[in-house]
Design a protein around this ligand. Structure first.
Ligand SMILES: *Cc1c(COP(=O)(O)O)cnc(C)c1O
Length: 390
């Protein structure tokens, strides 16, 4: 058993998830899926996704470089992000990425200048803020007018004309992303309506687009990961199949992160102490928010299991806390768990997305290691390759 805490990725579940994703797309659906790389950087996970022919959505120069290194074809990369540096733009232009998702008018000018200086043409999609509420946590909603993301809906035509005037740009489409962890697929229907109206206006103004990128955001079941290990891709794609009025030859791009990798990752951690407080009982783990920040940052819920529980143990409420010197370093409050002892192994479930990628070294803690295997985590099944030790 490796040193805890560490992440474990179940590649068999990841493949099952990709099977379901690909099966939900019909042969005549003009749908292309990009993996939102920022959800999980693990190389085994990324290669499994690459081998299915998915493209990738990236948000920084580092991500562009890493995806190329991992063997994703440059023309299947799309590059979003509100603050792209000049170096990032140059790198992406030189690599010949599929498209930039441009987030403001000044960025449009800068990409044109940089591409012209490199003697290249950059393909650009415009990220439009559709003013659609994803009804999700305020820190992960991105499609409302007061967000920093995207170009305002009413500026769409101005931005498209500008993209056509600028010398080194090729306008390819519009991009939207309303937010993350959207569980009710019908919430994407209003997005389709906005896109249809916009497409009519764009066409009336004499412009065409080769694709519509509807972003990502499909959620996963954090409460019951074993009942719903694979998200409902069928209902998700059905909303767009029915909702979007596409023009001949047009394709739809999706950028899914959490729904692809969320359920395959687990954070494995050990109980350092059981502290009997006056009113409460605490299970103090060797994992903290430095390893998984979602609970402290978003108030997120993660299912927690005691893998060392003995049969027939009474269930008692525990506050499950990490070792970091911050009161927010708590994974769960009053969580019913079988009686817990020092040394027990815990699994924090559904940690594949926005888990390891957000880890930090606060408190001078090392970053957690990552392992993968086929099938659910079993302590005896995880070997420790020397090069993986940190
Ligand atoms: C993060 C992000 C995604 C992926 O979101 P998920 O909720 O993980 O599917 C897609 N598109 C953009 C532009 C993003 O920033």
């Amino acid at each position: 058993m490796p040193q805890t805490p560490f992440y474990y990725y179940d590649l068999a579940l990841l493949r099952r998830t990709l099977d379901a994703l690909q099966a939900a797309i019909r042969p005549d659906d003009p749908f292309r899926v990009h993996y939102a790389f920022k959800a999980c950087y693990n190389a085994d996970v990324a290669r499994t996704i690459r081998d299915r022919g998915l493209g990738a959505d990236c948000v920084s120069e580092g991500e562009v470089a890493r995806l190329l290194e991992l063997g994703f074809p440059a023309d299947r990369l799309v590059f979003a992000g509100v603050g792209k540096t000049d170096a990032a733009i140059d790198r992406a232009v030189q690599a010949g990425i599929g498209a930039f998702n441009v987030e403001n008018l000044q960025e449009l000018e800068v990409i044109s200048q940089r591409a012209a200086a490199l003697g290249q043409t950059a393909r650009v999609a415009l990220r439009i803020n559709p003013g659609v509420d994803a009804h999700t946590h305020e820190k992960i909603t991105t499609g409302l007018p007061e967000n920093k993301f995207g170009i305002a809906l009413e500026d769409t035509l101005t931005a498209i004309s500008r993209a056509h005037q600028l010398p080194a740009l090729q306008f390819v489409g519009l991009h939207f992303h309303i937010g993350s962890q959207v569980l009710d697929a019908s919430l994407f229907a209003p997005l389709c309506d906005v896109i249809n109206r916009l497409q009519d206006d764009v066409e009336a103004a004499g412009f065409t687009m080769s694709y519509i990128n509807v972003g990502g955001g499909l959620g996963i079941d954090y409460e019951h990961p074993d009942e719903h290990p694979v998200p409902d891709f069928e209902s998700y794609f059905a909303v767009f199949r029915q909702g979007l009025r596409l023009r001949p030859g047009q394709t739809v791009h999706f950028e899914l992160g959490r729904s692809i990798v969320g359920q395959c990752g687990t954070l494995i951690t050990r109980v350092l102490f059981v502290k009997e407080g006056k009113e409460k009982r605490f299970a103090i783990l060797d994992a903290g928010f430095t390893d998984l920040v979602r609970v402290a940052m978003y108030g997120a819920y993660h299912a927690i299991e005691n893998l060392s529980a003995r049969p027939g143990e009474p269930v008692e409420p525990y506050d499950v806390a990490g070792p970091v010197c911050e009161s927010s370093d708590v994974f769960a409050v009053d969580r019913p768990l079988p009686r817990t002892r020092r040394g027990d192994l815990f699994a924090i479930r559904s940690a594949g997305a926005y888990g390891h990628v957000m880890a930090s070294t606060y408190n001078y803690r090392p970053l957690p290691a990552e392992y993968s295997g086929d099938g659910p985590f079993k302590p005896e099944a995880v070997s420790v390759p020397a090069q993986k030790r940190q």
